[in-house]
Design a protein. Sequence first.
Length: 251
Amino acid sequence: MSEQASIVTPEAVALDIDVAQLGSRSIAAIIDLSIQFAILAVAAFVILQVSSGSTWGVIVLLVVVFAVLWGYYPLLEGLWNGQTIGKRAQGIRVVRDDGQPVGGSPVIVRNLIRIPEEFMFPVVGITAIVVSKRAQRLGDHAAGTVVVRERAFAPPQALATAPAGTPFPDRVDTTALGDRDYEVMRGFLLRRDGLEPAARAALAAQIAERIRGRLSGPVPLPADDERLIEVAAFAYRARFDPPPPGAPARA
């Protein structure tokens, strides 16, 4: 199950998110714990067989137990952008509480608290999820993260017309941008005429700074912030348009 909640991005744009509730998170946790215990069972069998139950074998096994129980979550959530095998199976992921992708520090902080929360005081962790408006456990509160359910995004809604002089969309590479980036850009372009000039310029500068380094292509990118947002938004949307008749399919 999931529940609607709103977050405000650093660009001051409100986004609706589906917060993952206790049920899907519990199933994900069961999957992940099953994988961890399977790894430990195999490791214990191999180590004890090789070491014949000697002291060094027990020490190695204890190190492996610690590494698997503590390292599994930070490693996978760091490499898979907030997902573990269990979370991926349930279609949920960890993000920062402003909607941005989770980074190394929040991943480490939330998982430092995971072990006492899950193995020593599980009732406290479950209660925190149930009573929190965003279903956050104590580790999420400490790290500033939230677990959300991924949506199956429809093709991004098009803007009315491309601005005059926009570089041909296929010559601007926007593959490093995502759906949230497009929604932020589109929201700005639709609302910019109603903003105060100073606020409009400041918001355009923030959005342009966020996307500029992730755009590439053989054509020069505009130096003007609003112009860059226009080019990026239309180029991103063009990726979802069907190719013209006779044109080769996009990779």
